[in-house]
Design a protein around this ligand. Structure first.
Ligand SMILES: [Zn+2]
Length: 141
């Protein structure tokens, strides 16, 4: 489930607040999303209130790490210079089995091979001493 540290000279997420908690779970080898204790829905990105029922009661619930490609785009000319050497690349929206969608990458798949509905699974990738990013690869099942 975990990949070796990548050479990552790119902007990193701030490890503060609820987003910091999200990335600390990733660094521990677990993808977790907030799950509302009132309506049971999962959510991402992390936030204080449930967008469905406005409850402030929630827990960090472990994700299966399994999902599918919901959408993607081909980036030919990155807007940030740190991504210039990666181009062309394809940021992907993954829909997890828990129903949340997140921006990520499918690391073992060229942009021309992506397909909507393609099954993917989590591969946590260490990019700094403290940060592991939740990327995905084609599901082996
Ligand atoms: Zn709710």
């Amino acid at each position: 489930m975990n990949a070796a540290r990548a050479d990552h000279a790119k902007p990193l997420p701030a490890l503060t607040g609820l987003a910091g908690e999200f990335y600390r779970w990733c660094a521990q080898g677990e993808l977790r999303f907030q799950r509302c204790e009132d309506c049971g829905r999962h959510r991402h990105v992390p936030r204080e209130l449930c967008a469905h029922c406005a409850s402030s009661k929630w827990v960090w619930a472990r994700s299966s790490g399994r999902g599918m490609v919901f959408s993607w785009t081909d980036v030919v000319r990155p807007l940030h210079p740190a991504f210039a050497e990666d181009a062309p690349y394809a940021p992907v929206i993954v829909e997890l089995d828990e129903g949340v969608r997140m921006l990520s990458r499918v690391v073992d798949c060229a942009a021309g091979e992506l397909a909507i509905g393609m099954a993917v699974e989590l591969v946590l990738t260490q990019v700094s001493d403290q940060v592991w990013l939740p990327y995905f690869r084609r599901s082996k099942d």
